[in-house]
Design a binder for this molecule. Structure first.
Ligand code: IPE
Ligand code: IPE
Ligand code: MG
Length: 237
């Protein structure tokens, strides 16, 4: 049976929220929440692949998260650096295609190099894909896309009348990635927080009060079951 017949989403995008509150509720530092959150990613990716999901996008750090206190930003960067070496190496072994979206140039140059290398080294894997949104903001991504399109027009690559959905998709950092079918946001917040504004137009939204560090494979199964009961009409009858 295909994913569609089984109602398994092809692409799930996660807004991994609630690390800080999870830690606070236990009298721990926010850092502990972020550390625990990084471990949960492994479990969730394994389960998603097992049930037949093809693409997982993880919102790990937003363009607005740079405004957090420097100590927290520094800790997050060091956790990403660790993730890029240890966990990403493991994903490579499992033939996972890895893509980064967001303004990677804001990170230290060793991390930028690592991101570029990993993307190149995994670009031929096509069973399972992980998209890491780091320093990502949908508005920034849309602005960059508009600039690209404007340049193409000035270069006379195509006419204004040729701008269509496909051209916009091509200009976004998510080009080549199917639109998310399901968005899961943990921690009880019910908002999009500048995540994939264009791509989410027809995604099913699923909100759970569970904090990200507590989210597990059973919670993922539950979200996928809920998705299976949704009636996606795409504006039709
Ligand atoms: C999500 O958890 C991780 C990032 C945004 C980096 P938070 O750090 O936002 O945790 P809360 O929302 O403060 O609990
Ligand atoms: C959204 O969480 C971004 C990530 C999970 C990376 P935030 O904690 O930054 O979002 P707000 O501030 O509650 O909207
Ligand atoms: Mg938060």
């Amino acid at each position: 049976m295909t994913n569609e017949e089984q109602n398994i989403p092809t692409h799930i995008a996660f807004i991994m929220d609630g690390n800080g509150r999870w830690a606070q509720a236990r009298g721990l530092s926010r850092t502990e929440g972020h550390k625990r959150g990084a471990e949960v990613v492994r479990t969730v990716l394994e389960r998603a692949r097992e049930v037949g999901v093809k693409v997982v996008t993880l919102f790990a750090f937003s363009s607005e998260n740079w405004k957090r206190p420097k100590e927290e930003v520094d800790i997050l960067i060091s956790l990403f650096r660790q993730y890029l070496s240890r966990d990403i190496e493991e994903l490579k072994k499992q033939k996972v295609r890895i893509t980064f979206i967001g303004d990677r140039e804001k990170f230290p140059s060793d991390m930028v190099k690592r991101m570029n290398d990993v993307e190149r080294e995994t670009s031929s894997f096509n069973d399972f894909r992980v998209v890491l949104a780091l320093s990502y903001g949908a508005r920034d991504d849309l602005i960059a896309a508009m600039k690209k399109i404007a340049i193409d027009i000035l270069d006379r690559k195509y006419l204004i009348s040729n701008i269509d959905e496909a051209r916009v998709c091509e200009a976004l950092s998510t080009h080549g990635i199917p639109y998310p079918d399901l968005v899961i946001r943990t921690s009880g917040e019910q908002r999009v927080s500048n995540f994939l504004l264009w791509e989410l137009a027809y995604a099913e939204l699923y909100f759970t009060p569970i904090y990200w560090p507590d989210f597990n494979e059973h919670d993922l199964d539950e979200a996928i079951e809920a998705y299976g009961r949704r009636d996606r009409r795409f504006g039709q009858v």
